[in-house]
Design a protein around this ligand. Structure first.
Ligand SMILES: C[S@@+](CC[C@H](N)C(=O)[O-])C[C@H]1O[C@@H](n2cnc3c(N)ncnc32)[C@H](O)[C@@H]1O
Length: 274
């Protein structure tokens, strides 16, 4: 299973299994040809196993379809997009900067895959949607789409929108992709966003939540990602200097899949104010 919607009762291999997957050397074979399987230290933090190369290898070999980016659950897309649209509408009802009825100027779809969210939601609410996604064969599917602006084929850990002179964005949407970043990378990424966020704009994080019985994050070697607990997300948002302004559990997810939660964040420190 992968970053995308996934079954909670099909958790990745246990740590004991991970240990058994250490480098194997076949006594009867030439050592140079021995199969190298990485050793995963069971005591290490789950996010320390994240390997961006392995993740990109996985996603590059995944079919560029809704089913591909949603881990074989394309039926989830409709309810997800509807839930996202309702969530933004609620945010806008309470906003003096972006009341409903007018399109946002600019949004950005981060870890966008084939642009499922851009096509089905963001391009309907924003005049321009920029895209950040490391796999080019995915963004090739959306590059000619309505209201699609700049496309950056880079991982979020390396995306520095302020240095690139981007923004301001009224909405920065991150869905089913932040699990690809380590905890530190996620905090640093969030810390880079305030300079490119419009006043009153939102950073939305919509991700699976770990249901591990020990309330810990879970590493998934399929796509080299980590599924975090709600507690961990809140801690990382705090560490990044973000204020949680709204939160909603995605309703109507098929039974047996991880719960999905949307968080809306704003920087605690408002631009220009000390
Ligand atoms: C489960 S798909 C979700 C795509 C899209 N957000 C959606 O909901 O349809 C995960 C996406 O994260 C991308 N990804 C992988 N590593 C990433 C990274 N380091 N930074 C940003 N995105 C990454 C993958 O290429 C893939 O497109």
């Amino acid at each position: 299973m992968s970053t995308s919607p996934k079954r909670k009762n099909e958790e990745p291999a246990s740590l004991a299994d991970d240990v058994s997957k250490r480098a194997r050397i076949d006594d009867n074979s030439d050592n140079d040809k021995a199969e190298e399987i990485p050793f995963l230290n069971p005591n290490a933090a789950p996010d320390s196993h994240i390997d961006h190369k392995a993740a990109i290898k996985y996603w590059s070999s995944t079919e560029a379809t809704v089913s591909g980016v949603l881990g074989g659950y394309p039926q989830v897309s409709r309810i997800d997009l509807q839930g996202s649209s309702n969530f933004l509408a609620k945010l806008r009802r309470q906003s003096k900067h972006f009341p409903q009825g007018k399109k946002l100027q600019k949004a950005v779809d981060c870890g966008a895959g084939i642009g499922r969210i851009t096509t089905g939601f963001l391009s309907k609410v924003a005049k321009q949607v920029d895209i950040v996604e490391p796999v080019k064969s995915f963004t090739d599917q959306v590059k000619d789409g309505e209201n699609v602006g700049e496309i950056y084929n880079v991982g979020l850990e390396a995306w520095n929108p302020h240095n690139d002179g981007l923004g301001p964005y009224d909405l920065i949407w991150n869905q089913w992709c932040l699990s690809q970043l380590t905890d530190i990378q996620l905090v640093e990424y969030l810390q880079r966003l305030p300079p490119v966020l419009s006043e009153g704009g939102w950073i939305v994080v919509k991700e699976n939540l770990s249901n591990h019985h020990l309330n810990v994050d879970v590493f998934d070697e399929t796509d080299s990602s980590v599924t975090r607990t709600d507690k961990k997300f809140r801690q990382l948002f705090e560490d990044a200097g973000m204020r949680l302004v709204a939160m909603e559990v995605q309703r109507g997810m098929p039974q047996g899949l991880y719960a999905v939660r949307a968080y809306a964040l704003q920087p605690k420190q408002v631009k220009g104010k000390k």
